[in-house]
Design a protein around this ligand. Sequence first.
Ligand code: ADP
Length: 164
Amino acid sequence: MQALYPGSFDPLTLGHLDVIERAAHVFDQLVVAVLRNPSKNPCFSVEERLGQIRSATEHLSNVEVAAFDGLTVEFAQACGAGVILRGLRALSDFEYELQIAHTNKSLAPQLETLFIATATANSFLSSSVVKEVARFGGSVGHMVPTGVAEDLARLFNQSSRDRS
Ligand code: ADP
């Protein structure tokens, strides 16, 4: 069975990576897909995010990385996935995720949405918190893969130099 794990991943955190590693054990094939959504005003380009995910998942032979735009259900069908995978951190994620899952079910009844509950240690992690900490020079080494920490340091050092 093939699954699709869609998201913004701006940037990839250890929470996302935990979901990916666990899903890679459950499914034969996992496609991690970055949504091209310029309206979210991302920090990292889609190509940068694809690179970050590729290098963090090099050890997982059944994980592929791709970008997509348009409807998630259409992309899932195009890549042959029967499952859309999402992560759940806390109750606060649930309402939004349930709404999306019902919407996707109404659009493509043959697709299932499955959720992986985050490891407790990652339950506070989000891409936006990571960016906020990195922006103010805080250490994010325990929140993101090494390559992402380096990209964040480069990005925010650069922008603080540009401002001065
Ligand atoms: P989106 O913009 O689609 O919500 P995100 O990159 O923020 O994209 O998240 C992608 C998926 O990963 C979502 O299902 C989200 O709930 C889940 N997720 C985000 N952070 C974590 C975490 N720390 N642990 C587990 N799942 C997470």
